[in-house]
Design a protein around this ligand. Sequence first.
Ligand code: KG4
Ligand code: ZN
Length: 314
Amino acid sequence: MKILGIETSCDETAVSLIENKQILSEKIASQAGIHAAYGGVVPEIASREHLKKLNIMIEEALSEAKLSFEDIGAVAVTARPGLEGSLLVGLTAGRAIASLMNIPLIEVDHVEAHLFAREFNDPGPTPGIGLVISGGHTRLFYIKEWGDYTVLGDTRDDAVGEAFDKVASLLSLPYPGGPSIEKAAVGGDSHRFRFPVSRMKNTYDFSYSGLKTAVLYEIKYRLKREPSETDIRDIAASFQEAAFAPLIKNCLAAAREYSAGWIFLSGGVAANGRLREKFSEALAGEKIRAVFPPRRLCTDNASMVAACGAFHLK
Ligand code: KG4
Ligand code: ZN
């Protein structure tokens, strides 16, 4: 069955058509350039942009796959969580198509959908540990089996992607901050700055606001000048090390506690090359394996929404 996936929860308008485990066509329009001037996503602008683009993108995805509305067997759409106005654009389009074509509509949870961002949409073996790390979430799951999750930990304040975005802004690097910091950190001295690694006892929760403040204080009270190119490189590299340490520590501890052989990472921050390297270093000699989606499926996309919808439809 061909499934149309729609994603409009934040600043990406995305459409995908999948069948079995294949992506037939995929469209994504990022609004990052539009929001860059404001240093973050402006909800009103986001929903207007979705409204401008979504219908055109659905038609383009269909024509690229040489399909028409009659060929779609079900519609999967992100229903929560996200920006209300933006979600409404996708939901309204999804409901209209499902109702007119008389086909099922699957309302998908965006965070769960991130866990379905896999090459060929194969969700992977269980039991596993899931970690969704994005601009809005730092959530650790125990995946007993697909569809049966326990949230083990969550962010207490800022999400890890949000910390990347805020630190990038402190360093005058462009939005979105994650890719900017990753690029700036190349060749940087990750030992030059000792940023605090959040260590919370007896919990799988995360905290990132202290780390962001530590970077601010370092620039304002210790450097006391505009950071040079070398400073930016070293701050970015040191920040990444401090940001990634609790992610790796909690994933490993949870995998051991729940006898899970697999750690599934997803969300925009999972696109980071240094994070991937650090996981493979930490898991060397372990029986636990870390699975990352291809980089393009880490950030928001509609193929993960369609794949999650296909799973629930079954
Ligand atoms: O999953 P996503 O596209 O949207 C949400 O659901 O939030 O994640 C976006 C977040 C942003 O905070 C962005 O800065 C971060 O993911 N990000 C990265 C990288 N690419 C995107 N963080 C670190 N390294 C990256 N390469
Ligand atoms: Zn997301």
